[in-house]
Design a protein around this ligand. Structure first.
Ligand code: PMP
Length: 354
């Protein structure tokens, strides 16, 4: 740390992103990316946009907004695009949290929430999940805090029914409820349809997972036009060009190629169910996931040791060294081939541990 670093950030512990190795080729099941390349249409539009990179991008992202609003059945003033959904989550902490509205989120959830809170000097409460990693909705009734709920949750993959999201939103009319739907396309129920009923609901989404554009960085928020206006105030006060031309073009291509999107989501869901069964057959406990990853533990081997042994075999998964999570590993669903490799390695490693 330099002597110039602002006093207000000295204690900040940044988020640790999943490893992006360059030194050898791994089977990469550690950052919940899609195993499928971006849609050919997205790739083509993206390449075409490269020729215009001498010009700034459209801060209003008009073409992208138009097609997305139609796709998600919302008004063009009810959607905002951001540089990945991390960007909009940060904006939500900035826009909707203060002394009167501290943040609240589960104790086990996306690890960036406490970092955004700390970055913005916002107090927060971590509400414990039940023993089985489910959310107790009663804990969120009328809490008058800005609630952040990942649905499906990470790293567990467990989803809340839409009726529970609605209960939480309805019982907190004085504060914003942010539903982070990064993984919703793999079998969850989206709350997007509720934004016309609740003016305190912000639903965020991403093109990083189901639309194979993690490297392009494209996220979005859907909410009442007043909430979107607030988020745009923050966006225009930081970086109005947060969506570059190639990303906007890729986003349009991805939205146009509905067939490709649906085929890939179906494939991941199929792989998820097959992988879950195969892991259970060799003794793993696997949480019920509605996401593009599984959260699993084995009685014969610690989570950290299993992670390291997989790594030695050239397979990367994500391990979290916190008390309630350390027995587990989060395994992104890759291609059928990659999952075969994973199951083979898991079998060898767990048998050797007996
Ligand atoms: N929310 C959750 C729950 C996530 O796991 C992630 C990805 N790590 C994000 C949001 C952010 O994804 P992105 O910035 O790529 O849209």
């Amino acid at each position: 740390m330099s002597k110039f670093f602002s006093e207000k950030y000295k204690a900040l512990v940044p988020y640790t992103p999943g490893e992006q190795p360059t030194e050898r080729s791994f089977i990469k099941l550690n950052t919940n990316e899609s195993p499928f390349p971006p849609s050919p249409i997205a790739q083509r539009l993206c390449r075409m946009a490269a020729g215009d990179l001498n010009l700034y991008s459209d801060p209003q992202c008009r073409d992208l907004v138009k097609i997305a609003a139609e796709k998600f059945s919302v008004g063009e003033d009810e959607i905002i695009f951001t540089n990945g959904s991390d960007d909009i989550l940060n904006f939500a902490f900035m826009a909707f949290c203060d002394k009167e509205h501290p943040a609240a989120f589960p104790d086990i959830t996306y690890g960036f929430y406490p970092v955004f809170a700390a970055l913005n000097g916002i107090d927060y409460t971590e509400i414990p999940l039940r023993h089985d990693f489910t959310v107790n909705v009663d804990d969120y009734m009328g809490i008058n805090k800005t609630v952040f709920i990942a649905n499906p949750n990470a790293p567990t993959g467990i989803a809340l029914p839409l009726s529970d999201i609605e209960k939480i939103t309805a019982s907190n009319p004085g504060s914003v409820v942010v539903v982070d739907e990064a993984y919703v396309d793999f079998g969850g129920e989206s709350a997007r349809g509720l934004i016309h009923k609740y003016n305190n609901l912000l639903v965020t989404g991403t093109f990083s997972k189901s639309r194979s554009l993690a490297g392009a960085r494209l996220g979005f928020g859907i909410a009442s036009k007043e909430l979107i206006q607030d988020l745009n105030t923050i966006r225009y006060s930081t970086n109005p060009y947060n969506i570059n031309r190639m990303t906007a073009a890729a986003g349009i291509g991805a939205l146009c190629d509905e067939e490709y999107f649906e085929k890939n989501c179906k494939e991941i869901i199929k792989t998820r169910e097959n992988t879950k069964k195969a892991l259970e057959n060799i003794g793993f406990t696997v949480l019920p996931s509605k996401a593009n990853f599984l959260f699993a533990k084995h009685p014969k081997i610690g989570g950290k040791v299993f992670y390291e042994k997989l790594r030695n075999e050239g397979i990367l998964v994500r391990h979290f060294e916190t008390e309630r999570l350390r027995d587990y590993n989060r395994i992104t669903l890759g291609s059928e081939e990659e999952m075969k490799e994973l199951i083979g390695a898991a079998k060898r490693i767990t048998e050797a541990a007996e």
